[in-house]
Ligand binder design. Structure first.
Ligand SMILES: Cc1cc2nc3c(=O)[nH]c(=O)nc-3n(C[C@H](O)[C@H](O)[C@H](O)COP(=O)(O)OP(=O)(O)OC[C@H]3O[C@@H](n4cnc5c(N)ncnc54)[C@H](O)[C@@H]3O)c2cc1C
Length: 387
C-alpha cells in the first residue's frame, strides 16, 4: 500500500495553493464586508480546470475524481479563502448529474461544471423536517395541462442561491393515481417563475449567503427531473458522499490555515520575556490540533479514495467519519489559534476569529455530528436505532 500522493496530485496541490495564495483571507473578508462575491477566485479556479477536475473528460473536465476535488477544496481553504460553493456545485450537483442525469442533462450541464462557469446550489433542508429528510414536504405534481411539473414547498439555509444558475432540489413526487409520495430531484433554474428566495442573516463571516427558498406552483419542464421517477433516492445518494468528503476537505484546509496563523503568532508574541509558544498551555492545544487535523486529512483521503474506487458502501461510512473528524479538528484548531492570539484572536484584523462561524457550521451541516454518531452507532456498531 502506497499512501503517498501521485506526482500529478502533488502538482495539483502545489498549483492550487499557489493560485489561492494570491487571494488569501483578507480578500475573503473584504468581499464579505462589501457583500461582493469571490468572483475572481472562482473564475480563476474554473479556468485553470480545478473546479472541474472531477468532471468526466468527455464533457471537458479533468476526468479525475474525488481525491483531486478534495485537494482543490482543501488547498483553497488552506489559503484562508474557502469556497463553500465547491461543496454544492462541483461536488454535489456535478456528481449527481454525471452519475444519474440523462444524456441530455449531462450534455447541458457538465461542460459548464467543467469550467466552473455553471454553478448550481443544492436544496434539501426544510424548516419542518430538518435532519429528518423523510419528512420533507416540497412536492412535485404533474401539471394538469401536461406542461411538465408543478413544484411547491419551502427550503431553508440554502447556500449560494443568489449566485447560482439553478438549484438542485430534493422533493417528493406525487403519484397522480395513488397519491403516494416518493423522493425525486429536480433541476430548477433560479429565475423560474414561482421560485423566490430571501437571505437569512447568518452569524458567519462569509461572502456566500444562505437563503429561505419558496416554490409556489413553480412550473418545471419534463426534463427537470433527475434520475427518473423511480430513482430519485439513488440520485440523491450519489451526491451525499461527495458532499461530506468536500466539507471534510474544506474543514481540513481551514484548520491548516488557523494552525499556521496560531503557531506564527505564538512564535513571535512575547509577554513574559519568552515567546508565548514556549508555554505548554499555548503549545499543546496547537500540537494536539495538528495531530487531529492530520488524522482527519487521512480519513478524508481514504473516503475519497473509496468513493473513486466505486466502493460506495465503504465510502458512506468513511465519508461520515471524515466529515466528523475534520469538523471536530477544525473547531479545535481555530479555538487553539484564537486562544493563542489572546484579544487579537477576536479581531477581524488578525484573521482567525473570522473563521469561527465557518468551522462551527461544519459540525452542523450538511449532516450534524449527532446524526453521524447515530449512523455509526446503528450501522457500524449494530446498536438499536435511537430515534
Ligand atoms: C451555513 C449553512 C449552510 C447550509 N447550506 C445548506 C445547503 O446549501 N443546502 C441545504 O439543503 N441545507 C443547508 N444547510 C442546512 C443544514 O444541512 C442543516 O442545518 C442540518 O442538516 C441540520 O438540520 P436543522 O438545522 O434543521 O437541525 P435539526 O434537525 O432541527 O437539529 C437540531 C439539533 O438536534 C440534533 N438532532 C436532531 N435529530 C437528532 C437525533 N435523532 N439524535 C440526536 N440529535 C439529533 C441535531 O444534530 C442538531 O444538533 C446549511 C446550514 C448552514 C448552517
Amino acid at each position: 500500500m502506497d499512501l503517498r500522493e501521485t506526482d500529478e496530485q502533488q502538482m495539483l496541490r502545489t498549483s492550487v495553493a499557489a493560485m489561492a495564495a494570491k487571494y488569501g483571507h483578507d480578500y475573503l473578508i473584504a468581499k464579505a464586508k462589501t457583500g461582493e462575491k469571490t468572483t475572481e477566485l472562482w473564475a480563476e479556479a474554473g479556468e485553470a480546470g480545478y473546479l472541474g477536475v472531477a468532471v468526466p473528460a468527455e464533457y471537458g473536465g479533468g476526468g479525475a475524481g474525488m481525491v483531486e476535488l478534495a485537494i482543490v477544496a482543501e488547498e483553497i481553504a488552506a489559503a484562508g479563502c474557502p469556497l463553500l460553493l465547491i461543496v454544492v456545485s462541483p461536488a454535489i450537483a456535478a456528481s449527481v448529474i454525471a452519475t444519474s442525469g440523462t444524456p441530455e442533462q449531462r450534455e447541458r450541464w457538465l461542460p459548464g461544471f467543467a469550467t466552473g462557469r455553471t454553478r448550481m446550489s443544492f436544496a434539501i433542508t426544510e424548516p419542518d423536517a430538518g435532519s429528518n429528510s423523510h419528512k420533507i414536504t416540497t412536492t412535485a405534481r404533474r401539471d394538469p395541462d401536461g406542461a411538465g411539473w408543478r413544484l411547491s414547498g419551502r427550503k431553508y439555509y440554502i447556500s449560494g442561491v443568489d449566485e447560482t444558475e439553478a438549484t438542485l432540489v430534493v422533493a417528493r413526487l406525487e403519484d397522480a393515481a395513488s397519491g403516494a409520495l416518493r423522493p425525486a430531484m429536480f433541476i430548477v433554474p433560479t429565475d423560474t417563475p414561482g421560485m423566490s428566495y430571501q437571505p437569512i442573516d447568518m452569524a458567519i463571516t462569509s461572502p456566500e449567503r444562505q437563503f429561505t427558498v419558496f416554490f409556489d406552483d413553480a412550473l418545471l419542464p419534463d426534463d427537470a427531473l433527475v434520475g427518473g421517477e423511480e430513482s430519485g433516492l439513488a440520485a440523491l445518494f450519489s451526491g451525499l458522499n461527495p458532499e461530506r468528503i468536500t466539507v471534510a476537505a474544506y474543514s481540513n484546509g481551514l484548520a491548516r490555515y488557523a494552525l499556521r496563523k496560531g503557531t506564527d503568532y505564538a512564535r513571535d508574541r512575547s509577554v513574559w520575556g519568552a515567546p508565548i509558544g514556549s508555554h505548554q498551555a499555548i503549545a499543546h492545544p496547537l500540537a494536539k490540533a495538528h495531530v487531529e487535523v492530520e488524522l482527519a486529512r487521512m480519513a478524508t483521503t481514504r473516503a475519497a479514495w473509496l468513493y473513486d474506487a466505486g466502493d460506495h458502501a465503504a465510502a458512506g461510512e468513511a465519508a461520515n467519519i471524515a466529515k466528523y473528524a475534520a469538523a471536530e479538528a477544525a473547531i479545535n484548531a481555530v479555538d487553539a489559534a484564537v486562544q493563542a492570539h489572546g484579544g487579537n484572536g477576536m479581531s477581524v484584523e488578525y484573521g482567525v476569529g473570522t473563521l469561527i462561524g465557518a468551522v462551527r457550521t461544519a459540525r452542523i451541516a450538511p449532516v450534524s455530528r449527532e446524526m453521524i454518531l447515530n449512523y455509526i452507532a446503528q450501522h457500524t456498531l449494530g446498536l438499536p436505532k435511537s430515534y
